[in-house]
Design a protein around this ligand. Structure first.
Ligand code: PLP
Length: 408
């Protein structure tokens, strides 16, 4: 059955404003069902978590429901889902916690393809422990992250390998399972950044090989919250810095402070939204979320092919990256335009695209593009349309003939 784009778009009230959102990699729009869930939670009596009275029990239920939903999204155990304000904050917590156990001479492996959220927390924790940082390099021509190099990078002193499941700059989906196999053979742990990959296809924690997998709900139609999943037994073995009176249970002990209970209601509703993307899907929510994301993935890929073909047709466009397996995300430049100037000009045409380095700091530095403004990024999400892709391509043709004027 073809993807029902009219039905999908109707779920998002913000789309009636008429912007074409190619900035899903920076954050997606919100379905009415998520807005309603947040608003309903705010409109009911809520207390801080306690079994003593109804409103306190509701907050406990909202936390449990968000854990169960993320578990269904990732194929994790609900007790293995740590909730938090952002992927960056969760990765810092993990890096500080693991870093406490590292000794001088230990090693961590990070990649230059990763968003800085899965680089700097590890580099800083390594520095604090006197551990050595080793770098996995991408191929500048293709944006691929060759798996073979990990055999050289990982050794008996490696404590952790951090790698992305999807580059937020050029879309590359490295073979994280193969990398994890190499890391595990040496006894190292693996932290996978799923922030960019999870919205674009079914994810299964076990098959990624990740010991820790992080995702951000605002990249898949949810509120600005994030989650990190691991085997509950793994969390049991770790002891983060925490307040003395706060819960020492797993996974609560990794969650500092009081969470936003209404936004957690939005997280669960966003997973339900993904589970409804294929209305013909049956089974439990895990099965439906996989079917929904598989349907969205096929649809997004068809739009992405159209986008890439159109970009290749414009001689003024330079595209970065061409990985064989990739999320529907592309970075490019247009001759005669700075990335920021181009994004602003596209913005005037109600086309929303990010520009700069989008925190893929090491990628743009290694490419020598950072100092001159990075690039412009188009990322396709399940509410985009072929018409929007054509609008973008046609605007790029128009702008190619115009060139940026000073003082824009
Ligand atoms: C690939 C990737 N990793 C990590 C992050 C950081 O996520 P958060 O904003 O939840 O800290 C982002 C955000 O853009 C991202 O794209």
């Amino acid at each position: 059955m073809p993807f029902d784009i009219a039905r999908t778009r109707a779920a998002y009230p913000a789309l009636t404003e008429g912007f074409a959102h190619f900035d899903g990699a920076g954050g997606t729009q919100t379905p009415q069902s998520v807005i309603d869930a947040v608003s309903a939670a705010m409109g009911t009596a809520l207390g801080n978590r306690t079994p003593a009275f109804g409103p306190g029990r509701r907050s406990l239920e909202l936390v449990d429901a968000a854990r169960a939903a993320v578990a269904d999204l990732l194929g994790a155990a609900p007790r293995g889902v740590v909730l938090g304000p952002s992927a960056t904050a969760l990765t810092y917590t993990l890096a500080r916690t693991l870093g406490e156990t590292w000794r001088p001479g230990d090693e961590v492996v990070v990649s230059r393809l990763d968003h800085d959220a899965n680089v700097r927390p590890w580099v800083q924790a390594a520095r604090a422990a006197g551990a050595t940082v080793r770098w996995a390099e991408f191929d500048p021509a293709t944006g691929e992250l060759p798996t073979g190099q990990y055999a050289e990078l990982v050794g008996e002193r490696t404590r952790l390998v951090a790698v992305t499941a999807g580059s937020n700059a050029v879309g590359t989906m490295p073979d994280v399972a193969a990398i994890a196999k190499t890391a595990h053979a040496a006894g190292a742990l693996v932290c996978v950044d799923g922030v960019h990959s999870v919205p674009h296809g079914p994810t299964d924690l076990a098959s990624t090989g990740a010991d820790f997998l992080v995702t951000s709900a605002y990249k898949w139609s949810g509120p600005h919250l994030a989650a990190m999943a691991a085997d509950p037994a793994r969390w049991e073995s770790l002891h983060p810095a925490k307040l003395i009176p706060s819960s020492d249970a797993v996974p609560d002990r990794f969650e500092a402070g009081t969470p936003s209970f209404p936004l957690l209601a939005g997280v669960a509703a966003a997973v339900d939204h993904l589970a409804g993307l294929d209305p013909t899907a049956t089974g439990d929510r895990r099965e439906r979320v996989r079917a929904g994301l598989a349907a969205a993935q096929a649809y997004e890929e068809s739009l992405f092919d159209r986008l890439l073909a159109g970009l290749a047709d414009n001689p003024a466009v330079t595209v970065y990256g061409s990985a064989a397996r990739r999320c529907p995300t592309v970075s490019f430049r247009l001759a005669g335009w700075s990335p920021a100037g181009l994004a602003a000009a596209l913005g005037e045409a109600r086309l929303c695209l990010s520009s700069g380095d989008y925190y893929a700091y090491e990628y743009f530095r290694a490419m020598g593009l950072r100092e001159t403004g990075g690039a412009v990024r188009a990322s396709v999400y399940h509410y985009n349309t072929a018409d929007e892709v054509d609008r973008l391509l046609s605007e790029l043709h128009t702008l190619a003939g115009r060139r940026e004027t000073m003082g824009r």
